[in-house]
Design a protein around this ligand. Structure first.
Ligand code: NI
Length: 177
């Protein structure tokens, strides 16, 4: 496994759409290795999620893992490692709530982003099995954030009020609950 370079906002790849992973591709060494490397890269950067465009690959692959000890997003309920290929949000709650988000591709910034409180996401796991699951709260937020990446969106696009945008140090000082 190896660490991948993270694309930052401004790199055109962050704003491009992505291609689904075909079933032949899914079982290839290249894709399986990419998934391992994405997970390693996410953990190394203390991310709670990563999408393939963030590591310069225009494919529909996301990885999510939340630990309550994560230094960037502490005290959120744990989410075991989840890898999803070709994910689609197929259902969501009627209500949204605001929560703080940052992004490995938008370093040092946080903003208050409204997201659906609950989503149902479907896709394939890394073995190609169809999976569908319900998520709520922070887990649902991370899913929506990562799926946005596959459509060339970053959390800044979802900010209703740019005035909530804050650098990390100021977030820690003034806004962290
Ligand atoms: Ni992100």
């Amino acid at each position: 496994m190896s660490l991948l370079k993270i694309a930052r906002m401004g790199h055109p790849g962050i704003r491009q759409g992505t291609e689904p992973v075909s079933s032949e591709e899914l079982h290839s060494q290249a894709i399986q290795r990419l998934i391992d490397d994405m997970v390693e890269t996410m953990r190394d950067a203390d991310g709670v999620g990563v999408a393939a465009p963030q590591v310069h690959v225009s494919k529909q692959i996301i990885a999510i893992e939340v630990s309550p000890e994560n230094p960037r997003y502490p005290n959120h309920p744990a989410v075991p490692l989840m890898v999803l290929l070709n994910p689609m949000i197929i259902d969501h709650a009627e209500t949204m709530e605001e929560g703080w988000e940052g992004c490995l591709s938008v370093p040092d910034l946080r903003g208050l982003v409204p997201r659906w409180t609950r989503v149902t996401v479907s896709g394939l796991d890394r073995e190609g099995q169809v999976v569908a699951l319900d998520a709520e709260g922070f887990f649902a937020r991370v899913i929506q954030h990562e799926v946005d990446h596959l459509n060339g969106k970053v959390f800044l696009d979802r900010l209703p009020d740019l005035q909530t945008l804050t650098h990390l140090r100021e977030y820690e000082q003034f806004w962290k609950r």
